[in-house]
Every structure is written in C-alpha cells, then in structure tokens.
Design a protein around this ligand. Sequence first.
Ligand code: ADE
Length: 256
Amino acid sequence: MHIDILTLFPEMFPGYLNESILKRAQAAGLLQIDLHNIRDYATGKHRITDEPPYGGGGGMVLKPEPIFTAVETLISTLQSPEDKRLGIGDWRLPVILLTPQGRPFTQRVAQELVQHPRLLLLCGRYEGVDERIRQHLVTDEISIGDFVLTGGELAAMVIVDAVARLIPGVLGAEDAAEDDSHATGLLEGPHYTRPETFRDWSVPEVLRSGHAANIARWRREEALRRTWQRRPDLLLTAELSEADRWFLGKLAAGER
Ligand code: ADE
C-alpha cells in the first residue's frame, strides 16, 4: 500500500513512522509513505501557502493553488499501470482531508481505507482550507475525534498507523488484528502473561488449563463483560450469537 501525505510540516512524521511495526512494514515493501511539502508547490519569492480569510476574522486559511498543484502533479506522475488507472475511471485516488469536520474515524473506516492500493492524506492547518479545495479536490474528509488539533498531521499519523497494521503481513500472524478491540465490534477482554502469580494476584485458572474451547468461551465472555461495562453502546451494533445474548442477560440480571 502506498500513502502520500501532503503537509506543511513533513519533519513531524519520521520519528513516529520510522519505528517499530511501521518501520518493518516499509522495510518489507508492504507500505510506502511519501511525504510532500505543500510549500514546494507554492509559487512566488515567498512561497506563500496561507492568507487571511476573505470577509475578515482571525486566523489564516490555506490557499487553493499550492494544494491543487501538489495533488494534480502527484496524480500526473503516478507511474505503474495500476497507478495510471488511479486518476481515471470509476476508481479515483482517495484525496482525504483531515479536519475536525470530517466523518468520524473508526476501525470500520480503517478497514475500508486498507482496501485501496493508494491514499492521499491532506493535512489542514490554521483556521482551515479554502472551501474550493473541499468542493473540487477532496474526495473524503475524516476527523479522529471531537476535539481540535493544531493541524491534521497527528490525525494523518493515526490513520496511517491504524490502516498499516491491517495490511496483510504487517502484523506477525495473518489474523493478529482479527480479535482486536473494535475489530469484532466489541472491546477485547483482559490479557495475562508470566508470572503465574504476581504479588497475591493469580492468572485465571481457565487460561492455564490448556482447554482451547473453554479458553475461547472465557475470552468471548470477558469481551462481552468489558464492553457491557465500558461501552454498552457498542452492543447495539455488534454481531451477537444466542450464547452471547444469554450471557449478557445474566450480566444484566447481576448473575455473573
Ligand atoms: N485537524 C484538527 N483537528 C482535527 C481532528 N480532530 N481530526 C482530524 N484532523 C484535525
């Protein structure tokens, strides 16, 4: 998968993107991240990328020309036969603006984005971007939560991270992301590792039993319990079996 990031601050990225799992994914050729500085596409002696808003008011607004030029240059230089298709036909390169006004980012959105061979993330800054960028260039707008950051850079890193770990082969085992919190529509239950007893606290007996079916059932019930306690809203949309519903009934009745 190939992710292009358009930003005024490319130096913010390498520290996070070049460590751990994301570093390995890039080394293995599973993920390519290209950073593009919006300023490189601005013209004039001062390469201005932002101006005060028409009509007055505070803050600065990102100008349309450098961002249109950057995106259009990128699309025109896409090289492989696969890439060449991206600008035409019914499959378009997703151009995603990071903004607190976007649709909320969730695990489901990460699963949707990982289906694309290539993505372009556009980091907003200051008061926002010229509306014509939204109307005529951007194909999607995403927010990572109901709070306002100083720019879209952290949001872009959040998206790269959440999407990259869903690329097949990026996590050790093929199915390593399948039981994650949210991937199943539920929160994950508790995990334990050695030692068997730490201070006075022991690992639950069932996890040491070696009985695979009992362990699977315990994990499912603990995921249901945790979700019921912390995020009951998720239970409205999670896929639940008869056994799950029966267990939740017991929980609600205070029997478990
Ligand atoms: N830029 C500023 N705040 C943001 C948010 N919450 N999500 C995405 N991009 C942003």
